[in-house]
Design a protein around this ligand. Sequence first.
Ligand code: FRU
Length: 425
Amino acid sequence: TLSILAITLSVPGMNSVEAEDTDSPVNWTREQVDQIELDDSNTIPYTNIKELEKMTPDYHIWDSWPLTDRNGNVTEVNGWKVLFTLSAPSDVLPGKVHDIAKIQYFVSRDGKDWELGGELFPEEDSLGSREWAGSAMMDEDEGKIYAFYTATGRKGEENLTYEQRLAMSVGDVVADKNGVHFENWDEHSIILEPDGEDYQSYEQAMENGYSGYAFRDPQWFKDTKTGKEYILFEGNSGGRVSERTCENEDVPEGSEHFNGNIGIAEVVDGDFSDLKVHSPLLEANCVNDELERPHIIVKDDKYYLFTDTHINKYAPGIEGPEGLYGFVSDTLFGGYEPLNGSGLVLANPPENPYQAYSWLVLPDLKVIAFAQFGDLNGMDINEIGHKDPEFQFEHWGGTMAPTLEIGIDGDRTEFKKELPQGWIK
Ligand code: FRU
């Protein structure tokens, strides 16, 4: 989430599921972050946001994800690719879009020219006061879409809250010569809430006044090595901040507030109402507060775990760019090592540090993202919310960024090339 969005948060979780202990989580460490260096292998080419096309004149869009099949590959329905995005009307200020976000979808024959299909869910069906990021998988035998999203806040709430719950619904996929439609949705359900042990609850986060909190971005994942299905998500390590310390005394004060993690829950016997939550795959305690939109690619028998984070989510005393980060392991649980030593995979160019965000690596190693802010000329992102609306709109992307391609070799990655805006092959 943009830094202009102060995430404070919510209400004790109903239906929370107890975390199951598997391997103890791997830590992303301050020493690893210290190895971050921008070079040709990780730095994205400069893009002038003003030269990008809007996906549609009527809406800003940001986080996006394509429809996949039940193996996790990008799929087509009658020759149509489908891309889901968070959206808000074009006249909404960039800092406010998260408060009213709704998922819309676009369809395309060539994966490049996208036409707006409309809102994913019928008005009033979804849970929460707004919809945040998720994922979408189609079971082709059933002709059904499994749509996962973050239900943020509570429906009808008078004052905006930031509680986040993982939600889903299943609907029919209908395609014709005009595109793709989704119909006949099941009643939406909450599939997971934080347990307060491995994953910080909204209540725990609230008790200490401001404390970053996340329990969002459900990403369906099938382990093609075992055939088992999982939901990955962005969380924070459990407990209240007053209960946490950073082990090493040299760590600057205040670092204990930074407790991002990547969670995982197993879908028991294909039943999404029966999720078995595990300990996090990765924790960044005293390191980083937001490990966003986590997703896994299985390649060469290895698990590549990717996540996004922001400049201002690093704990005091360490630094990293707005970027895509990654970790590799031979097993799904445990053993994750940061790619390239530091974890950094792609970084915005230093001359435009907020250029793009919310990178998602697809199985063919194309990386999609949205164009965030452009040409701020050294201005800190937190200042933009204080500028007049015209300035804000002029510098906010709200559209797809150019697609990128990366290469992966063992525990190394490299930026390969830039491709057309919003292109999904
Ligand atoms: C990433 C993100 C997601 C969240 C969404 C809210 O850009 O922070 O984690 O779902 O934005 O708009």
